[in-house]
Design a protein around this ligand. Sequence first.
Ligand SMILES: Cc1cc2nc3c(=O)[nH]c(=O)nc-3n(C[C@H](O)[C@H](O)[C@H](O)COP(=O)(O)OP(=O)(O)OC[C@H]3O[C@@H](n4cnc5c(N)ncnc54)[C@H](O)[C@@H]3O)c2cc1C
Ligand code: SF4
Ligand code: SF4
Ligand code: SF4
Length: 553
Amino acid sequence: MSSTRPGGENPAAPSFRIRAQQLEKLPPCQAQCPNSGDVRGWLGVIAQHKKNKLTLDEAYDKAWQILAELNPLPATIGRICPHPCEDLCSRRDKDGAISINAMERFLGDWAISRSLPLPRAGAAKYAESIGVIGSGPASLSFAYQMARRGYDVTMYEKHEFPGGMLRHAIPDYRLPREILDAEVERVLDMNISLVRNIDVGSSVDLEKLRDKHTLIFLGLGAQGARELGIPGEQGPGVISGIDYLQHRKRQPESQHGKQVLVVGGGNTAIDAARSARRDGASVTLLYRRSETEMPAAAHEVEDARTEGVEFRFLVSPTRIVRDGSEIRELHMQEMRLAEADEQGRRRPVSIPGRVQKIAADVVIVAVAQAPDWEGMGVLAGGQEWLHTRDDGKLDEDIWAGGDDRGPGIASKAIAQGRYAAEAAHAELRGQENPRERSARKAIHNGAVKMDFYSEQQRTVGCRRSQQERLSDPESEIDQTISYEQACQEASRCMSCGLCFDCQQCFMYCNKAGFTRIDETRPGNYFVLALEACEGCGKCIEVCPCAYLEARDR
Ligand SMILES: Cc1cc2nc3c(=O)[nH]c(=O)nc-3n(C[C@H](O)[C@H](O)[C@H](O)COP(=O)(O)OP(=O)(O)OC[C@H]3O[C@@H](n4cnc5c(N)ncnc54)[C@H](O)[C@@H]3O)c2cc1C
Ligand code: SF4
Ligand code: SF4
Ligand code: SF4
């Protein structure tokens, strides 16, 4: 969208004091989203649907299409994204951030219920053949972006079913399988062939696939689990968090002990602890730093606590004590926090002579994951993670994205798959590498005029109670907001940095500087004619969303 319309100039006009311009800016929600989602764009379509002569049904369809251009899995991401976008939403300190994640979930479910197809990007058909290894969010995103541009895509997955960690590790009570299946199915419907049960690097040579395809995308994830490296670890009763969750997904009724210890502070540790609680165990999670430093999302930690998971912070396991092969207890060293390391996280250091003991029969180790390079080690060049160019290019014909480039979250994997596809497509077509990520000016703090917007409480979906969660362990905890609530919530968006037709400028300008556009759409309601402007600056003063600003001159 072209956003600067300076209009014509009148040399005979009195000298300007403050000259206005209409300038679309990057809103904080989009700046914070790992996938740079056009949140304001799709919320605006809903919030302003009447102004733009759309029914609410049509607005939801259109909003979903804008969302799905960048993210083919909105119902999934709408359930699991830790939503950093909401942390800096301008509305947060007024009456609560916009429920962006709940809105994504609503639109995702809406599209599934209406069987909406994913949007294609033109009708071109290209001869190049694309191979994609893995079928997690990074690979699904890359495959989708290439298929919708007109390429033939073949995806190779070592498991029978696609979806990566979303399918094999994240528990059903957070992400029901039928939701993921519906969204993955819709990506595959873009004419993507899926070859199942193929372990590239062991059942087929990567070089063979390089010969067969014009280019290859690697979305291998981080499937390997790290060990604690302490005495007593080898033997029955010790299991990695990933293995535990994957096993439990295949056989939900399987039991894994009565006194379970989970070691770690990330997503995997929290999911493992909550799952073990659902299996009836008493569960304690051990973490070597304090709660503040936990990488897991704070609301997940809170949920675990509500469900009865105990926490012990500032402890580090030193020994697993067995009686024969059976685990009896775990010894741990007490820690304290020292100064911050290079990443800004405070380092745990041991307190000499301070050891605790805790009874256990199962220990789940969820301290870290890393890629498994079996058969493909040459690509990593002896390093733990893949080091690619910024856009994901690794070699002449190889691109990569997702957790094989470093641990992340699903929306980051989707973003990296998309960026790689955009760059690969540009390279194949001899076009300039797209740089859409950098261009727009961000809104500075305090630029949005809060008082203009009336108070309106944030919408939240219903949640199952603690009793319900443990008595029906696999049923989903959070519920989708309603048709009416979604419209209500979208109307809370303040449209930071883009016109939303509040008409303030139009009403306050004494010189008729603003003319209404006949065919409006979100962001496009008025033309500003500089030749009429006498430079009073009133329109800038009254524009609540910081779209109008003074020109440099
Ligand atoms: C327990 C757990 C909970 C999580 N919770 C969240 C959450 O709440 N929110 C969030 O945003 N993120 C969460 N994450 C992180 C998120 O799941 C990952 O960031 C994301 O799945 C990474 O996507 P990916 O495509 O890079 O890799 P993956 O999802 O790991 O997919 C990789 C795929 O490649 C396949 N593969 C690997 N090697 C080969 C090979 N040699 N040949 C063929 N196929 C191969 C694998 O079988 C797999 O299907 C969680 C992760 C875990 C483990
Ligand atoms: S993907 Fe996550 S961060 Fe991005 S808009 Fe959605 S909820 Fe927010
Ligand atoms: S109010 Fe709307 S545009 Fe502004 S940060 Fe929040 S979601 Fe984004
Ligand atoms: S004052 Fe209102 S109508 Fe005028 S440009 Fe700003 S947002 Fe649009």
